[in-house]
Unconditional design. Structure first.
Lengths: 118, 114
């Protein structure tokens, strides 16, 4: 199993440009998440999805849109990139069942996408 | 979710057991203890979790005190690749229809010395 994969690994954008980050998982997980991590800071949840065709806002959703057309894929879009969106973006996935089998708190992360907006 | 306290950094010799403490004195009865780590420039990695019993998997062991106010993550034979920031997270296992992001504190920077 590849686990959680993210493309691209690194991208440089100019202010105002748009792009889409792709996350794919092969673990048949129901839940998927997008986080951002800024230098010296912890992870912050941008958006999440509890299943195919459904999305919801997290802690810092402004400036981002998401789509989950297929269970295994979760896309994060930046319509008009801003320098404040320079960050490392991590995708994660998890099962939906509650603990003790692991549940939503046992999240599997991708390797990250490093985005620089000039 | 209960607050956790971890030492900011620790050293351990390669091949020795690394014991990482976490204090969670305000933990409530339905909160689990989760451990993650983040190796430099990589995504966080789930390690182990537990409620009140000690747990062991292929990566580590988790020892939770009887009063559940503290726990210790044990890496039995540390290697250089175990150098990372280790995060202890205490939270209720989510059972509603939505979801919640994981909140990572500052964690413990574990440095394995050759």
């Amino acid at each position: 199993n590849a686990g959680v994969t993210q493309t691209p690994k690194f991208r440089v954008l100019k202010t105002g440009q748009s792009m889409t980050l792709l996350c794919a998982q092969d673990m048949n997980h129901e839940y998927m998440y997008w986080y951002r991590q800024d230098p010296g800071m912890g992870l912050r949840l941008i958006h999440y999805s509890v299943g195919e065709g459904t999305t919801a806002k997290g802690e810092v959703p402004d400036g981002y849109n998401v789509s989950r057309l297929k269970k295994q894929n979760f896309l994060l879009g930046l319509e008009s990139a801003a320098p404040s969106q320079t960050s490392v973006y991590f995708c994660a996935s998890s099962y939906s069942v509650a603990a003790p089998t692991g549940g939503r708190e046992t999240q599997y992360f991708g390797p990250g996408t490093r985005l620089l907006v000039l | 979710d209960a607050k956790t306290t971890q030492p900011p950094s620790m050293d351990c010799a390669e091949g020795r057991a690394a014991n990482l403490p976490c204090n969670h004195s305000t933990i409530s009865g339905n909160e689990y203890v989760y451990w993650y780590r983040q190796i430099h420039s990589q995504g966080p990695q789930y390690i182990i979790h537990g409620l009140k019993n000690n747990e062991t998997n292929e990566m580590a062991s988790l020892i939770i005190t009887e009063d559940r106010k503290s726990s210790t993550l044990i890496l039995p034979h540390a290697t250089l690749r175990d150098t990372a920031v280790y995060y202890c997270i205490v939270r209720v296992a989510y059972s509603g229809g939505g979801a919640d992001g994981l909140t990572f504190g500052k964690g413990t920077h574990l440095i394995i010395q050759p």
